[in-house]
Design a protein around this ligand. Structure first.
Ligand code: AMP
Length: 114
């Protein structure tokens, strides 16, 4: 089922887009938890990481390449950053369209909080 991210991809609702090509869109998270908090989203409706297949490999590679370019453009590649993908209930996933959270802009704390 289409999510709010599909509406952003289709430009039906606004977002602060910082990167886009034919396979990936990236935009600022509306509720940031770090100075830099970008969502990197494939332009294919893949609900969760559990749903990826080999056919999606072009999208998955494109996501990583986009992250690399975004990190360089935001000047965080050298200091570093963190990627998170939440999956389903225990992972805390809220939007069921696969995405990476790209977090950076400061030294991040412990990886997990409970
Ligand atoms: P997740 O919990 O991994 O599914 O993350 C979903 C993320 O989407 C959350 O961090 C939300 O703040 C973010 N989000 C939801 N709606 C929007 C929106 N319209 N624009 C930007 N970010 C959004």
């Amino acid at each position: 089922m289409a999510t709010i991210f599909t509406k952003i991809i289709n430009k039906e609702i606004p977002a602060s887009i910082i990167f886009e090509n034919d396979k990936v869109i990236a935009f600022k998270d509306i509720n940031p938890i770090a100075p830099i908090h970008i969502l990197v989203v494939p332009k294919k409706e893949i609900p969760t990481l559990n749903d990826i297949t080999a056919e999606d490999s072009d999208y998955l590679i494109a996501m990583y390449l986009a992250i690399k370019d975004i990190a360089i453009s935001l000047n965080i590649s050298e200091n570093g950053y963190r990627l998170i993908t939440n999956c389903n209930s225990y992972g805390g996933q809220e939007v069921f369209h696969l995405h990476f959270h790209l977090l950076g802009g400061k030294k991040l704390g412990p990886m997990l909080s409970f």
